[in-house]
Ligand binder design. Structure first.
Ligand code: FAD
Length: 395
C-alpha cells in the first residue's frame, strides 16, 4: 500500500520521516510543487534577510536522506486532483499515482496586496522570495512594509538592520494587536520605534505606484521597495474539490483524519479538533507543522493519536527573542512577571484564573514549565505569578 504525501514543506517532511522511524517499510511518495526539497521557512524572514544564515542551511533533510529512506521524491510536481473513488492523485502532467493512505500538507499561500499596483509589492513565502527580498533590501534606501504582523515586523527588522529607512503600515492601532492584545502589542511597537522604524498605523494602502505607497488618508510614502505581509490563505482547493470537509482549513479529527478515513491533513491547512483545548484550532506555525506532521504519520499507520500539543511559536526581531505557548482568546486577562521596559519578562494570559497562554520574552528555558501550568488547569495566585522571586516551578 503506497503512502502518498502531497506538499513539499515541513509537515510533509516530518510525516515521511516519522513513517520510516515508526518502521513503515512500504512505498512512500512525496509530491511537492516547489523545485526545492522541503525546507524550514523561519530563517527566510530572519537570518537569510540579515545575511547571517546561508540558504543551504534551511533544508530539513539532505538530498541523500530521501534515497537512504527510499522516499520517492517528486519535486516541481503539482497535484491537481484527488479521485477518492479510484484512490489516486492526479498530477499536472496527467499521470496518476495510487494511494492507500494520503496526507495533505499543502501549506498556505501569501495573500496578494489587492490594490491598484499591488503586484509591485514583494511577497514572502518561498526560499526564492527570500533571496529576492534579501537582494532588494540590501540595495534599497526606502522600504515600505505593508502589514504589521509577524512576517511584516521580521522583514522590517531585517531591512532596518541592513541600513534602510523603513516604514511599516498597519491597519490596526498597534502591530500584532489582534494576536497579543494592547499591552503586549505596545512592546513590539516600542521595539520597532526604538530602532528607528516609522509605524504608520490605523490606515490602509490604496495604491502602489513605481515610487510610492498611497494611503487611504491621502499620505504618500516614498518607497524603492514594497513588501507585503498581509496574511496567508490555506491551500485547501485540492481537499475542497475532492469533497472533503473544509472550513477555514481542512477539518480534521484529533487523529488528523479528514472526513475521509484514508486521507489526513497536517501543518498550516489542518483545522484540528484539539484534544486538550476542546475546540478547533488552525495554527500557521513551525512547531505545529512538525508535530501535526508526525502525529498524522502515526495515525496513518493505525496508531491511536489524540493531538493535544499546545500551540507554540517564536519570533526574533532585533535583540528581542520570544516564545509563545498556548492559546488565549481575545480579551483574556494579562499578568506580567518581569520588566516590560527592559523587554525581559513573561506575560501570562488567564481565563477564569487559569493560565491559558504564556509568552516569554528574552527569558529562556521556561516554555515547558509554561506548558505544564496550562496543562494543569490549576487556578493560579496572580501575585505569585507576577513575582519573579517565586520560582516558576513552585507555582
Ligand atoms: P508549507 O511550508 O507552506 O509547505 C507546503 C508545500 O506544499 C509548499 O511547498 C507548496 O508549494 C506545496 N504544495 C501546495 N499545493 C500543492 C499541490 N497541489 N501539489 C504539490 N505541492 C503543493 N513559524 C514560527 O513558528 N515561527 C517563525 O518564526 C516563523 N517564521 C516564518 C517565516 C516565513 C517567511 C514564513 C513563510 C513562515 C514562517 N513560520 C514561522 C510559519 C511556518 O514556517 C509554517 O507554519 C510552516 O512552514 C507550515 O508548514 P507546512 O508544511 O504546513 O506548509
Amino acid at each position: 500500500m503506497t503512502y502518498v504525501v502531497v506538499g513539499g514543506g515541513l509537515a510533509a517532511a516530518k510525516a515521511v520521516e516519522t513513517l520510516r522511524d515508526e518502521g513503515f517499510t512500504g512505498p512512500i511518495t512525496l509530491i511537492g510543487a516547489e523545485t526545492d526539497r522541503p525546507y524550514e521557512r523561519p530563517p527566510l524572514s530572519k537570518g537569510l534577510l540579515l545575511g547571517t544564515d546561508e540558504p543551504g542551511g534551511v533544508f530539513v533533510h539532505s538530498v541523500d536522506w530521501y534515497g537512504e529512506k527510499a522516499v520517492d521524491l517528486r519535486l516541481g510536481t503539482t497535484v491537481t486532483a484527488i479521485d477518492r473513488a479510484a484512490e489516486v492523485v492526479r498530477l499536472a502532467e496527467g499521470d496518476e499515482i495510487p494511494y492507500g493512505k494520503l496526507l495533505l500538507a499543502t501549506g498556505a499561500s501569501p495573500r496578494p496586496l489587492a490594490v491598484p499596483g499591488g503586484e509591485r509589492a514583494l511577497l514572502l513565502r518561498t526560499l526564492e522570495d527570500s533571496l529576492r527580498i534579501s537582494a532588494a533590501i540590501t540595495s534599497a534606501t526606502r522600504v515600505v512594509v505593508v502589514g504589521a504582523g509577524w512576517i511584516g515586523l521580521e522583514v522590517a527588522a531585517a531591512a532596518r538592520s541592513r541600513g534602510a529607512q523603513v516604514t511599516v503600515v498597519g491597519s490596526g492601532a498597534l502591530p500584532l494587536q489582534k494576536v497579543l492584545g494592547d499591552e503586549m502589542a505596545q512592546v513590539f511597537a516600542d521595539l520597532h520605534r526604538a530602532h528607528g522604524t516609522e509605524l504608520v498605523l490605523g490606515t490602509r494602502v490604496i495604491e502602489v505606484t513605481p515610487a510610492e505607497v498611497v494611503l487611504a488618508d491621502g499620505r504618500r510614502l516614498p518607497a524603492d521597495v514594497v513588501i507585503a505581509g498581509v496574511g496567508v490563505n490555506p491551500n485547501v482547493a485540492l481537499a475542497d474539490h475532492a469533497g472533503l470537509a473544509v472550513d477555514d482549513g481542512v477539518l480534521v479529527s484529533s487523529s488528523l483524519a479528514t472526513s475521509d478515513p484514508d486521507i489526513f491533513a497536517a501543518g498550516d491547512i489542518a483545522h484540528v479538533d484539539h484534544a486538550f483545548l476542546g475546540r478547533r484550532v488552525r495554527v500557521e506555525h513551525w512547531d505545529v507543522a512538525i508535530h501535526t506532521g508526525q502525529a498524522a504519520a502515526r495515525a496513518m499507520l493505525g496508531q491511536p493519536v489524540a493531538y493535544d500539543r499546545l500551540p507554540y511559536f517564536f519570533t526574533d526581531q532585533y535583540d528581542l527573542g520570544m516564545e509563545y505557548t498556548g492559546f488565549a482568546p481575545p480579551g483574556a486577562e494579562v499578568v506580567v512577571r518581569g520588566d516590560l521596559g527592559a523587554r525581559e519578562f513573561i506575560a501570562f494570559w488567564l481565563v477564569d484564573g487559569r493560565v491559558a497562554a504564556g509568552m516569554n520574552v528574552n527569558i529562556w528555558d521556561v516554555a515547558d514549565r509554561i506548558g505544564e501550568l496550562i496543562h494543569s488547569r490549576a487556578v493560579v495566585d496572580r501575585k505569585r505569578l507576577a513575582d519573579p522571586g517565586v520560582e516558576l516551578a513552585d507555582l
